[in-house]
Design a protein around this ligand. Structure first.
Ligand code: B12
Length: 105
């Protein structure tokens, strides 16, 4: 399976590889083709995601890391991904998932 692991674009300009996505990639690399994409580093907004990422990459599964302040952009990403291809499997994980949902996001 082609797996794309995504760190979403957010308000931070701090560029640093995600340890969490690195662990996930190493855990499945023996059985799957895995790419990690840092949308902060590559400056890819949710609106650009289909054109700049999905059209060429054509992943079977998109896994997205989500901090609480990423939630708005993660929702936008899920919307454009599913509108482009409802068959793509989407998975969200990360710090936000383990905390209480925040009202207003
Ligand atoms: C180290 C760290 C950093 C480092 C990152 C280093 C790196 N190379 O990754 C630095 C200093 C850069 C950093 C920055 C920030 N951080 Co920080 N950071 C941490 C810390 C201490 C550990 C994170 C970590 O690496 N954990 C180890 C890895 C293996 O775990 P993980 O990332 O959670 O990933 C695992 C799971 O969550 C899950 N997972 C993660 N993503 C996905 C995706 C999918 C699809 C799936 C299935 C699973 C999954 O699987 C992974 C493997 O088990 C946590 C606190 C904590 N104890 O978790 C805070 C924490 C994540 N950070 C936090 C914050 C707020 C920030 C900043 C926004 C701070 C700021 N104001 O700038 C910035 C964001 C920077 C950015 N560019 O987005 C908050 C997030 C709160 C929230 N609910 O969103 C935390 C929880 C601290 C806190 N309690 O406030 N951080």
């Amino acid at each position: 399976m082609k797996v794309l692991l995504v760190k979403p674009n957010n308000l931070s300009d701090h560029i640093q590889p995600s340890l969490g996505l690195g662990y996930l990639a190493e855990g499945i690399r023996a059985r799957h083709e895995v790419v990690i994409l840092d949308c902060i580093k590559e400056d890819i907004s949710p609106a650009q995601f289909v054109q700049r990422v999905l059209k060429d990459g054509r992943p079977d599964l998109v896994g997205i890391q989500c901090y609480t302040f990423d939630l708005g952009n993660v929702r936008k990403l899920l919307k454009v991904i599913k509108e482009w291809n409802p068959g793509i499997i989407t998975v969200v994980g990360g710090a936000h998932i383990f905390q209480r949902p925040v009202a207003g996001f």
